[in-house]
Design a protein around this ligand. Sequence first.
Ligand code: HEC
Ligand code: HEC
Length: 291
Amino acid sequence: MADPSAPASTDVDALTGKPTTGHEWDGIRELNTPLPSWWLYTFYATILFALVWVVLYPSLPYVRGITGWTARGAIGQAIEAERQRTEPMLARIRAATPAAIAADPALRTFALAGGRVAFANNCAPCHGAGGQGAPGGFPSLADDDWLFGGGFDDIEFTIRHGVRNGEDADARGVAMPAFLSSGLSQAEIADLAAFVLKLSASTADAAAAQRGAPLYEENCAVCHGANGEGNREMGAPRLDDRIWLYGGDKASIMHTIAFSRAGVMPAFAGRLDAATINMLTVYVHALGGGE
Ligand code: HEC
Ligand code: HEC
């Protein structure tokens, strides 16, 4: 192959003995230094590579390349392959009950992995990334304190129907009355708050708590139990532990009694398929003290 950068002139520089290009500016002459051949051949190789690439793969607008490969197509295939890989497992998970899934090591492992992803997508905004709950009425799912119950059936029911959402007739949770507008005075509410604090063995004004006791008996025991043990049928929280949905200081408790609270959770039965709900149930059950 002829060297394309061969000297255009036969002029040779006296000082270096190298040929010049024949160009001269004010007596300064340009030496002819050819590109190193390794560089040149690498350059030709990249051109060849690009030509082959253009023929094989989509590179120009509207030109597909003879292999027919596309990045979008490759992802589609990977998704389809993943679907085919997981479908037999998902079919078994769909057909089984959460309790049966948890008892089968292979299904359980699969359900915990799938449940973790579904939880991050659907539940974490309210219940926290690890199910630890959030202030303002979002209960921890990672402890053994349950509002409605921590058995497989209880958890599945809560996920399917949600809580006080007005969209599902079977949604859980009764409404607590707002006692300020239904007959109790501020002073009585303060006494009740003191009594609630005493129930949970927190520091409370003993005289106020004593005044609150009969008020509690009359207004609250029907839902929260005579000793604050709670009622799962109604979703009335225990008041005899120190686990609070809305805060355990006197002001928060007074606010709850005066204006009531109504935590809402959507129903997921129409939003998630049966396999996902089963996996979520197994995952939530495993998070804390499932019963
Ligand atoms: C919009 C916020 C929100 C989202 C999203 C949400 N939850 Fe809830 N969840 C709540 C609230 C609020 C409560 C408690 C309601 C109450 O005050 O009784 C609750 C209660 C629960 C309970 C009952 C806990 C007990 O102690 O009995 C379970 C179980 C539960 N959620 C699971 C889930 C799962 C699983 C998801 C995702 C599929 C989810 N939640 C999504 C707000 C939410
Ligand atoms: C009709 C049943 C019902 C009655 C009566 C009732 N409650 Fe409640 N109470 C509930 C429910 C249900 C909740 C949970 C609300 C929620 O999760 O949003 C609750 C929540 C609370 C909380 C918040 C607990 C926490 O973890 O933050 C306190 C405190 C409380 N009630 C005190 C009282 C007191 C004191 C009375 C009587 C004056 C009373 N309740 C009467 C049903 C009732």
